[in-house]
Design a protein around this ligand. Structure first.
Ligand code: MLT
Length: 276
């Protein structure tokens, strides 16, 4: 096996006028899995999964434009542009087909990437996400979020976001709340506002779900209030060859809130489809 690297060497690549940060760890000959983070975070939210996966998979985790260590650029984004960026990253790394694993916003990007580039996707892992486009109510919530970020800053927005994202039992547990806030804080207001507009303008991918032909795992926190388990159940009923697991003691960030159960489900799924 030729090794890409044994440690998380930070790297950059440029596409569509913006420099993106990514890490690429594990054996280059192993199946490639690309981790796509949620909003408003960075690739660092995937650390428990990177640790679990890297001895058996090629693991790529990147920061979407406008977040983490990727450049903000002009702050004008669309979901289609985020898909373009992901495909450019696969091209840059010479990965023909990848397992796409996305949480929430990352799931929107994974689903739309699969719809647009079916031949580039080997499997899908959809975490705390939905195929449905924003309702009017959600669009108004995004408008309010943009206002808060502009008027009160990223920190104020982050504090409110964390309260709504984590399972209730975690609200008293300073550690996870603090870790999630620490992921949000370094982000710049312009990048977050541009991403919110992209999310509000994304297409609905529900009609594509019955056409998905790759193995699909759906994971959702039992107390996810942002993309509740019923949305996952609806997706599972429409995607052939899909399985769903509800992660206990977890809210919207199931991979961070209950990494043990999340990773068990993830590793079992991958073993079944890529190690037999
Ligand atoms: C996320 O976690 O990516 C966001 O909650 C997605 C969204 O706001 O739709």
């Amino acid at each position: 096996m030729s090794l890409v690297s044994q440690v998380a060497d930070p790297m950059y690549f440029s596409t569509n006028g913006t420099r993106h940060y990514y890490i690429d760890v594990g054996a280059s000959s192993a199946p490639a899995i690309v981790l796509i983070h949620g909003f408003p975070f960075s690739n660092e939210m995937w650390q428990p999964q990177i640790d679990a996966l890297k001895s058996r998979y090629r693991v790529v985790a990147y920061d979407l434009r406008g977040q983490g260590n990727s450049e903000v650029g002009d702050g004008q984004y669309t979901l289609e542009l985020l898909v373009d960026d992901l495909i450019a990253l696969l091209d840059h790394l010479g990965i023909q087909r990848a397992i796409l694993c996305g949480l929430s916003m990352g799931g929107y990007v994974a689903l739309r990437s699969t719809e647009r580039n079916t031949d580039r996707v080997a499997a899908l892992i959809l975490c705390d996400t939905t195929s449905e486009a924003d309702s009017n109510e959600t669009k108004l919530r995004r408008a309010a979020a943009i206002k808060t970020i502009k008027q009160s800053g990223v920190k104020s927005y982050g504090e409110v976001f964390v309260k709504g994202a984590l399972a209730p039992r975690d609200l008293d547990e300073g550690d996870i709340s603090q870790r999630v806030e620490n992921l949000i804080l370094p982000n710049q207001a312009l990048g977050l506002c541009g991403t919110l507009l992209a999310l509000a303008g994304r297409t609905d991918t529900t009609s594509f779900l019955p056409k998905i032909q790759v193995p699909t795992l759906i994971l959702v926190g039992e107390s996810d209030k942002i993309t509740p388990p019923d949305l996952s159940r609806r997706m599972q009923s429409l995607i052939p060859n899909s399985e769903l697991h509800v992660v206990s003691h977890a809210g919207h960030l199931s991979n961070m809130e209950n990494p043990k159960e999340f990773n068990n489900r993830l590793m079992n799924f991958l073993q079944k489809h890529f190690e037999s």
